[in-house]
Design a protein around this ligand. Structure first.
Ligand SMILES: Nc1ncnc2c1ncn2[C@@H]1O[C@H](COS(=O)(=O)NC(=O)[C@@H](N)CS)[C@@H](O)[C@H]1O
Length: 438
């Protein structure tokens, strides 16, 4: 992508409405624009990151055996009357009347709708276990949307729903999602810690939140530092095998949000030097809620004995759009964002330090052509800004690799490669850069 033809409305100043660094940097880096309270337009740079995050979530859901579909954002109010949540959900629910005065709502979550789909087709335990998911926009009319995409009103969520014959089966489905979440967040360069959690409006009696440590997080957390060094399951993890050893390993080290924290246990179990009380961002939450929805909505299957029983369900959410902010909270410095390579909007930025110099322009064009031909996502800053402005922009938007092309270096057949994450620099030939990044 040539920057001269891209749409990247970088802001010079810190927007005053931004209270936390991720909100500030997303606005300054031209990643998004607020259209209404808690409602954002995703501009090209931010949208690229959102799609990369979404794709990692998708790959790990698929690896765990979940099946992707897409449910609508609009739902019938009557569906929520069946489960009894229409009134219970309260003011966060955006209620809509269509031209025929039919009562609709903009879905804050999809337990009712997925249960309606399930019960319409599945009648036998032989079709279980089943896990269906989608990645879809949600609306929750938050009292105080704030911190940019961290607490929006319209936001992108991956929500998966599992269906099993009994609790034992449902726990196996729960464990698959637990492991998939460990892998998902690790692939984004995050340490997301699973913590016992309250179940709230979703219901049930088993839930874990996945929390990324960040001073600006909304959740207070208490952990044993050892949890930060636990191994994340590899891509060869056997989802049809026994996952309980992994679950046990990750749940036997103390980690709890403030609303379920047990101070006495924390002091008893965790040596002083290993105790960490900080804040975190909830990037995902998983729930087992048994027959809460299948009872009220009659989602029954015939068991092995032929008798109809309500299925045991669970739901598993990931804050896809919240993750864009959460990753910035975890990966930034004073100069701007430091994208982990797996989610960066572009892999490399070519900075032409002397626009109009034939040798420099030629070397940049050749690098751009060769890297692109090898499938490397490149942003070529071919604008006529001063070098200093190009350095600042590249640091701000957080591209992992910066290739600085100037007349002096080229005279020695070299360009400078700067690694954004640690600021390390290397001089090498353009050919070596292509070999390194391709
Ligand atoms: N207002 C919001 N803005 C951005 N992300 C949000 C918001 N509310 C929730 N999320 C994200 O969505 C994830 C799942 O939301 S949830 O309420 O915990 N769970 C559910 O809705 C269940 N139906 C899971 S399928 C959260 O972990 C959080 O990362």
């Amino acid at each position: 992508m040539r920057l001269s033809r891209f749409f990247l409305p970088i802001l010079k100043e810190n927007p005053k409405e931004a209270e936390i660094v991720s909100h500030r940097l997303m606005l300054r880096a031209g990643m998004m624009r607020q259209e209404a309270a808690g409602i954002y337009a995703w501009l090209p740079l931010g949208f690229r990151v959102l799609k990369k995050i979404e794709q990692i979530v998708r790959e790990e859901q698929d690896r765990a055996g979940a099946l992707e579909l897409l449910m609508p954002t609009l739902q019938l109010a009557d569906l929520w009357r069946e489960s009894g949540r229409y009134d219970a959900y309260g003011p966060e629910m955006l209620r809509i009347l269509d031209r025929h005065k039919r009562e609709l709502l903009y879905g804050p979550t999809n337990e009712e709708m997925i249960t309606e789909i399930f019960r319409s087709y599945i009648k036998s335990y032989k079709n279980l276990p089943l896990n269906l998911y989608h990645i879809q926009w949600k609306f929750r009319d938050e009292q105080r949307p704030r911190f940019g995409v961290m607490r929006g009103r319209e936001f992108l969520m991956k929500d998966a729903y599992s269906f099993d014959l009994d609790e034992a089966g449902a726990r196996r489905s729960y464990n698959k999602m637990f492991v998939a979440y460990l892998r998902t967040f690790a692939r984004m360069g995050l340490k997301a810690i699973p913590m016992r959690a309250e179940t709230g409006p979703i219901g049930g009696d088993l839930s874990h939140e996945f929390i990324v440590l960040a001073e600006t997080g909304e959740s207070g957390v208490y952990i044993n530092r050892d949890v930060l060094d636990l191994p994340v399951p590899g891509e060869d993890v056997d989802y049809d095998g026994d996952l309980t050893p992994i679950i046990k390993q990750w749940t036997s080290v103390y980690a709890a949000t403030e609303d379920v924290h047990e101070a006495a246990r924390f002091e008893r179990e965790v040596p002083e030097a290993k105790r960490l009380n900080t804040r975190g961002i909830e990037v995902g939450q998983i729930f087992y809620f048994g027959t809460k929805y299948s009872d009220t909505m009659k989602a029954m299957v015939a068991g092995p004995d032929g008798v109809d029983v309500p299925i045991h369900g669970g739901s598993y959410g990931v804050g896809v759009s919240r993750l864009v902010g959460a990753i910035i909270e975890a990966c930034h410095d004073d100069a701007g964002i430091k994208w982990p390579e797996a989610v960066a909007p572009f892999r490399a930025a070519i900075l032409n330090l002397k626009q109009g110099d034939a040798a420099v322009d030629g070397a940049c064009e050749q690098l751009y052509r060769e890297l692109s031909a090898k499938g490397v996502d490149v942003l070529y800053d071919d604008t006529d800004q001063r070098a200093g402005a190009k350095f600042a922009a590249a640091d701000l938007i957080g591209i992992p690799w910066q290739i600085l092309v100037g007349p002096k270096g080229l005279a020695d057949g070299k360009v400078e490669v700067k690694r954004r994450s640690d600021g390390s620099r290397d001089n090498m030939s353009p050919a070596d850069v292509v070999a390194k990044l391709a």
